[in-house]
Design a protein around this ligand. Structure first.
Ligand code: GDP
Ligand code: IMO
Ligand code: MG
Length: 423
């Protein structure tokens, strides 16, 4: 029974939520486990026109037989998590009895959110973060002063850690109202409510692997937002790539069988940073944003939009060791007369096919495009690859050829059944 990682292969929002939910509906999945990120993620699942946006809870939660784990690599905003649990339970999904949260996962504290926002207010440091305190929480983790889920169970230890943190951060927090007793009281209460879900998730998931369960490891964000391999510093503060699944859950690399890369049929990005294939014309930006409803699931910000970038995609295939790929939102391009695929970057007169490591080069390069005819036909009701318009088939096969990873699935709408399986 396979252990499969599902990773975003662009700048996030590729449709990972839909793919995870769909795989749960089709193949008897026993466990879905999130391995990094926090409530900066917004994973949308649409079932019979009802939309669920999941920020911390794994996207398998709508399936009653799926166990959902939040790994040690995730940073948890407890009040947001409790809100999400309550919301799902109010819609009659049983959550608490199927949710396991790693005792080792770090906690996002109110001061992380303050620090994130105050850094963002400095034009020299602006990244366009989600403002959810992600960066500062991971900083504390690496600095070994972070507060973990297990600490919310120990009032004295929590007080001690809080006092240390507030002292260390005092100069940055000076004008903000941060009250130790209030935080202590709130977080002990969150800890009490979440205590029944706290587990040694690494042990649990390794037992599940040994028991032969079908397991999906859910990545948040995307490869180009990876703190090591993304467009640094315009990245998130964790490892959304497949390797992050091992450290974010406590699984050895030998246990992973497949890595599924999720791509949009075009490219989007939220926040600052280079984006070589970003549309230059207002016409394309406005159309694709409108047709693809390209507004952030977490912050509501309009997403930047552009053509499919084969250079980034090939890079994502390499960094993640992809074994198969899924392409979503093909239908968004249905009305275009022509479509373009970036096959390389012009850098100082040379054509480069591998992603440069230097941000300045990525920022200044000129994308090399191949123009293909559009299909100008509605694909949302098509369920077989061979029934897609010929031009759409050519577009998809060209992407598959460029990325050099087998195309397994094409999505033509947000509903589960709006999916085409490829041979
Ligand atoms: P995630 O963060 O990777 O899970 O992606 P998001 O949920 O942030 O963004 C993807 C958006 O596209 C959501 O609104 C989905 O409902 C929607 N979506 C997913 N697949 C398709 C598709 O094939 N076609 C269309 N039109 N929308 C899709
Ligand atoms: P999902 O899982 C798209 C982006 C932010 C910003 C950068 C750093 O839904 O694909 P952060 O708050 O993480 O410190 O912000 O990363 N970002 C995302 N963009 N989808 C996401 O998640 C994102 N999570 C973070 O916009 O540019
Ligand atoms: Mg999203």
């Amino acid at each position: 029974m396979p252990v499969r990682v599902v990773v975003g292969c662009q700048w996030g929002d590729e449709g990972k939520g839909k793919i995870i939910d769909l795989l749960c509906a089709l193949s008897r999945i026993g466990v879905v486990a999130r391995f990094q990120g926090g409530a900066n993620a917004g994973h949308t699942v649409v079932v019979k026109s009802e939309k669920y946006i999941l920020h911390l809870i794994p996207s398998g939660i709508l399936h009653p037989n799926v166990q959902c784990y939040i790994g040690n690599g995730v940073v948890i905003e407890p009040d947001k998590l409790l809100y999400e649990i309550d919301l799902l339970e109010s819609k009659n999904f049983q959550v608490r009895n199927r949710l396991a949260i790693s005792t080792n996962a770090h906690v996002i504290m109110p001061y992380h959110i303050i620090l994130d926002k105050s850094k963002e207010s400095n034009p020299n440091l602006f990244i366009g973060t989600t403002g959810r305190g992600i960066g500062p929480a991971y900083v504390d983790k690496v600095d070994r002063i972070g507060i973990r889920m297990m600490d919310l169970q120990s009032p004295d230890l929590l007080r001690e850690k809080l006092a240390l943190n507030l002292k260390l951060k005092a100069s940055h927090l000076k004008r903000k109202k941060v009250n130790l007793d209030k935080i202590l009281q709130d977080y002990l209460a969150y800890g009490e409510r979440l205590q029944p879900c706290l587990r040694d998730v690494s042990r649990l998931i390794n037992e599940d692997i040994t028991a032969g369960k079908n397991i999906l490891l859910e990545g948040a964000q995307g490869t180009l937002l990876d703190v090591d391999f993304g467009t640094y510093p315009y990245v998130t503060s964790s490892s959304p790539i497949a390797g992050g699944a091992c450290t974010g859950l406590g699984i050895g690399p030998t246990k992973i069988d497949d890595v599924i890369g999720v791509f949009k049929a075009y490219t989007t990005r939220v926040g600052e940073g280079p984006f070589p294939t970003e549309f230059l014309s207002y016409f394309y930006t406005e159309r694709v944003r409108e047709w693809g409803k390209e507004f952030g699931a977490t912050t509501g910000r309009p997403r930047r939009c552009g053509w499919f970038d084969g250079v980034l995609a090939r890079f994502a295939a390499r960094i993640n060791g992809l074994t198969e790929m899924a392409i979503t939102k093909l239908d968004v391009l249905d009305r275009l007369a022509t479509v373009q695929i970036c096959t390389g970057y012009h850098v100082d007169g040379d054509c480069c096919r591998d992603l440069p490591t230097d941000l300045a080069i990525i920022r200044d390069c000129q994308p090399v495009y191949e123009e293909l005819p559009g299909w100008q036909q509605n694909t949302t009701n098509i369920r077989e690859f061979d029934k897609l318009p010929k031009q759409a088939q050519i577009y998809l096969r060209r992407i598959e050829e460029l990325v050099d990873v087998p195309l397994r699935l094409v999505s033509v709408g947000s509903e589960r059944d709006q999916t085409i399986w490829c041979k």
